[in-house]
Design a protein around this ligand. Structure first.
Ligand code: SF4
Length: 348
């Protein structure tokens, strides 16, 4: 999808993207907000509804394709990125979304997720992070905080959690963002930018699993606390936060530190957000800002351009066909080095 697709006159309404299936999430689950914002966001684009495809793995959020009035595929645990890669390569005109969770995407599917991101496949990956396994009823997940008491860690987990955005940066994903289910306006802006990005988009959404991990993000994103504990990234602007917008971030060596805006004498000391910084180092620094020591960043951490895997693959196929003509699969399979495996009773 490109920026030209974002239109001023809307032929679609949110309702056009509502499938009519019974939504089977627990009452109060944060997934409802994500679904609603996604439906509203896609209605802003001229992309034909039948050109959107939602591919998911296994988990609560992976029920997403049933509820979108688009094409969709509820696939196998952790493998949605691989299936989505195949689809995007075969049908480059489609806008392909992957919906995964912290268990599906970062545990069993971690390997697929990493390789999909480092290849820069033109997919939009939504990782719904609730820091718990919800569908299987409350075991700790790869993003659960150390010491968390769950059904599978009655004395507290001894795992160090994985940071989803660090994984995306390690794989050098070209679009990396974070948003939260309780801020639909911000979520809509992030999803629209993800949709417009050419290349892999990785969006982490903090989501409230009201049954098994209720309010886990509230200390950061709660109405009373978010001004001081969350920081909203704006391209080209300094990182300013606080109820009175009087605090900022600066670098002290390789670490970030909080300072009062009034105490910054030289503007050069301010950390100015640059989402198109070609190096992943700056975005990595942002991912290390975590509660309670630092405010937690929300918004677009990184947005750079790089040729896509699907684009390069299709160029290469075109080049090979121009050079050698269209091949026949049988000829490739039966040209040379063929063995026939026979049972001991079969004749030679
Ligand atoms: Fe949502 Fe949690 Fe219920 Fe799953 S278990 S539907 S994540 S509230």
């Amino acid at each position: 999808m490109t920026a030209e697709n974002l239109q001023t006159h809307l032929p679609y309404a949110k309702e056009d993207f509502v499938s009519g299936q019974d939504v089977r999430w627990c009452p109060g689950c944060g997934d409802y907000a994500i679904l609603s914002v996604m439906q509203r966001t896609l209605a802003q684009f001229t992309t034909p509804r039948e050109n959107h495809v939602f591919i998911s793995g296994i988990g609560c959020a992976s029920r997403f394709p049933y509820y979108m009035n688009t094409y969709g595929f509820h696939t196998i645990h952790g493998r949605a990125p691989a299936i989505a890669t195949g689809l995007k390569c075969a049908r480059p005109e489609l806008t392909v979304w992957v919906v995964t969770g912290d268990g599906d995407g970062l545990s069993i599917g971690g390997n697929h997720l990493i390789h999909c991101m480092r290849r820069n496949v033109d997919l939009n990956i939504i990782l719904v992070n609730n820091q718990i396994y919800g569908l299987t009823k409350g075991q700790y997940s790869p993003t659960s905080e150390k010491g968390k008491i769950t059904k599978s860690s009655p004395y507290g987990t001894i795992d160090y959690p994985i940071n989803p955005l660090c994984v995306a940066i390690a794989a050098e994903a070209t679009f990396i963002a974070r948003t939260v289910d309780t801020d639909p306006r911000h979520m809509g802006q992030v999803l629209a930018r993800a949709a417009m990005h050419k290349g892999v988009s990785f969006v982490e959404i903090y989501q409230n699993c009201i049954i098994f991990n209720k309010d886990t993000f509230m200390p950061i994103t709660g109405r009373e606390t978010r001004d001081d504990r969350a920081i909203y990234l704006e391209d080209g602007k300094p990182l300013v936060f606080g109820q009175k917008k009087d605090k900022t971030i600066r670098m002290n060596g390789l670490k970030t530190e909080i300072v009062n805006l009034a105490d910054v004498k030289d503007q050069k000391d301010l950390l100015v957000h640059r989402e198109n910084d070609p190096s992943p180092n700056y975005a990595y620094v942002l991912t290390q800002m975590a509660y309670p020591e630092m405010p937690v960043p929300f918004g677009i951490f990184r947005c750079i351009e790089k040729p896509t895997y699907d684009g390069m693959m299709n160029d290469q196929i075109k080049f090979a066909i121009e050079k050698k003509g269209k091949g026949k699969l049988e000829e490739i399979l039966y040209t040379e080095d063929i063995w026939t495996v026979r049972g001991k009773d079969q004749k030679k």
